[in-house]
Design a protein around this ligand. Structure first.
Ligand code: SAM
Length: 240
């Protein structure tokens, strides 16, 4: 998906990017690829692949929950890496209040430099493990939407993400084809962490690039104080 095809695909969904927004995506591509030469950020570096598998793929979250592309929501992206999905969403909807969490400080530093180059405001970058930050009252139960792409299996991810969602808010997991199996294994974790399984939506990427699945978890009750457990424990001993 070349940049022009990307703009057109968005236009078909009613999203007309301004020249400033197009330029922000171009700068993002450039910074990603240049920084990737000295720091491991992504294995995808070819322009049309970045536009499809990073930029468009991130925006699909807003296609399945349109409020994310229009409203002034607080969104927390756990394990944001080089900024996916939250930076593309922020470029399209500047009203979003974004918090990005990552345990690797060099990625947070990249995001800090990038946010400056893109002139983005309303971005909070946090270096740390989700297991620790999820206990900190600055972040716990503070967000309308919590999301994560390519971070962990659903039962582990629920313990990392759900503590950040407000009661009444939601956690939306971005998953590939294995979503139904992962969800089966996460039913217990979702229940004891204060969630309830909501919608499940699928979206087919253009150019036969596969299906993306979204598991919506509604936060219906506060997460019990003992969760998340210590760093590493959710991955080693998933709640089952
Ligand atoms: N979400 C990005 C994407 O889709 O391109 C990055 C995915 S990358 C495979 C996973 C990221 O999650 C890494 O940057 C890693 O440092 C971060 N991460 C993994 N476990 C974490 C944890 N417990 N707390 C915070 N960040 C974590």
């Amino acid at each position: 998906m070349k940049p022009e095809e990307f703009y057109q695909a968005l236009s078909q969904r009613g999203i007309e990017l301004s020249s400033k927004q197009k330029e922000q995506f171009q700068i993002y591509f450039h910074e990603l690829v240049e920084t990737n030469k000295v720091m491991n950020l992504t294995t995808i570096t070819e322009e049309s692949q970045v536009y499809l598998k990073h930029f468009y793929d991130s925006l699909v979250l807003g296609f399945v929950d349109e409020r994310i592309l229009t409203d002034e929501l607080s969104l927390c992206d756990i394990g944001s890496g080089a900024g996916f999905p939250s930076i593309p969403l922020k470029i399209v909807n500047p009203k979003l209040k974004i918090t990005m969490v990552d345990s690797l400080n060099k990625r947070i530093k990249f995001l800090n430099d990038l946010s400056g180059k893109l002139n983005l405001t309303g971005i909070n970058l946090v270096h740390g493990r989700a297991e620790e930050l999820g206990k900190n009252k600055l972040y716990r139960e503070n967000y309308d939407v919590v999301t994560a792409r390519a971070v962990a299996a659903m039962n582990v991810l629920t313990e990392l993400c759900l503590p950040f969602a407000k009661v009444g808010g939601e956690f939306i997991a971005m998953k590939s084809e294995k979503a139904p199996e992962e969800l089966n294994e996460a039913t217990y974790a979702i229940k004891i962490l204060g969630g309830k399984v909501g919608d499940q939506k699928s979206f087919e990427l253009p150019n036969n690039e596969g299906v993306r699945n979204f598991i919506f978890v509604d936060k219906t009750k506060p997460t019990p104080k003992k969760y998340p457990r210590k760093p590493g424990t959710p991955g080693r001993k998933p709640l089952v």
